[in-house]
Design a protein around this ligand. Sequence first.
Ligand code: 4AD
Ligand code: MG
Length: 429
Amino acid sequence: MIYIKDLKEHVGKEITLKGWLYNKRSSGKVKFLILRDGTGYLQCVLFKGNFAEDVFDNAEKLTQESSFEITGKIKEEPRAIGGFEMDVTSYSIIQIAEEYPITPKEHGIEFLIDNRHLWVRSKKQHAILKIRHRIVKAIRDFFDERGFVLFDGPIITPNASEGTSTLFETPYFDLGKAYLTQSSQLYAEAGAMSFGKVYTFGPTFRAEKSKTRRHLTEFWMVEPEMAFYNLDDDMDLAEEFLEYIVQCVLQDRREELEILERDISKLEVIKRPFPRISYDEAVKILHAEGRDFVWGDDLGAPDEAIISGKYDKPVMVHRYPAEVKAFYMKRDPENPKVALAVDVLAPEGYGEIIGGSQREDEISKLEERIKEHELPMEFFNWYLDLRKYGSVPHSGFGLGLERTVTWICGIDHLREAIPFPRMIYRNTP
Ligand code: 4AD
Ligand code: MG
C-alpha cells in the first residue's frame, strides 16, 4: 500500500492509492477528485480525452466519502492541496456513499457528537487526534528514556482512592461490589517500592456529576511514582515532563496545530523553569484581585483562571490545605495544616492538568487519615504494608491526558480530545 504522506518518493511514477472522496469539481473536460486516505489529501485530475466516455462520466457518481481506488502518475504541483497531483489513468469505485450527514456547513455540537464515528474524519478532529497520539508517544518516551518501568494498575478495584463521591460501582460476583479505578496511584506506590521509578498509564473513571468542559467520566491518566523523591523533586520532574511534551508536539505536529489555528507562540514559551507559588501566595493573588476567597477552600475553576492568568507558563501551586486533599498526602512537617501537594495549572485559563504530592510514609499517620476519611481499613492493609516493609519518602503525580490535549490544541472542551467521549449525559456512540 502506498499512502499520500509518502508521495514525494513517488514523483514521476504511476501508483495506485485507496481512500475516500473528500470533494470534487468538474468543468466539462476535466474532473478534479480530492482523495483523502487518512494520511493526507491529493488532487486527482481526470482529463476527458484519456477515458472512454462512460468511464469519465461515471466519476460523477462519487459522492462525498465514497470509497475508491485510483491509479495515475504523480507530479509536484505547489498550487494543489498537499503539493502533489495525480494525472489519473484509471479508477475503480469500491462503494458509493449515501448522502453524508456532515457537510461543510455549520452543524450543532450535539449533532456532531451524535455522529462522532463520522466526525472523526473531519480535518479539525483529525488534527486533534493526531496531536493526542503524539502526546501519548511523548509521555511513554519520556518515562521510558528515564528508566521508569511501566506498571499498570487494575481497572477493577475494591475501594476509593480519590474520595468516595465519584465512584462507579459494578456488581462483582460473590464479592459484592467493585469499583472502576479513579487512579492507579496506590498500586503505583507498590511498584515504586519494587522498581524505584514506575509509571501507570490507562483509562480512569470518575462519576463526575458536574457538567463542565473540563470533566469526562472516563479519561486517561499517566501516573509516575518515584521512591526517594520529595515534593521539590516531584515538581522538577513535572516541569521537565510538560516541557518535553509541548516541544515534541511543536516539532512533529506543526501542520495539525496550524489546522487548529493554534497560536504557536503561546506554546513556544513553555520552557523550564515554571513559576512555583504556595497556596498561601495564590490566596493573596485572589484577594488582590478582589475575590472573596476563604483560606481553606479548594481552588475552583474561576480561581485557577485568575492565578494562571498571571503567567504565560504553567504555574505550580503547592502546599494546599490538607483538609481539601486526599488521605494519602503527607503533611508539611513545618506546617501540618497544609499537605505536600502540588497542582499544575496550564496557562490561558485551562486550569489544572496535573495533581501530585509527596505521600505519607509513616504508618500511624496514614492509619489516622484512613479513619478520618472513613475509608474501609481492611482494603488498605496491603497499602499499609508498604509502610511496614522498608518505607521511604516517595512522591508522584497524575497528568490528565485529555486536559493536556485540550490545552495544547487550544480547543475549548475535553469532548474533542478523545475519540469517544463519556460524560454525564453521554455514553454513545
Ligand atoms: O488531581 P487528581 O484527582 O489526582 C490523582 O488522581 C492522583 N492520584 C494523581 C497522582 O498523584 N498519582 O487527578 C489528576 C489529573 C488532574 O490534574 C486532571 O488533569 C485529570 O487527572 N482529571 C480529569 N480529567 C478529565 N476528567 C476528569 N473528570 C478528571 N479528573 C481528574
Ligand atoms: Mg486534582
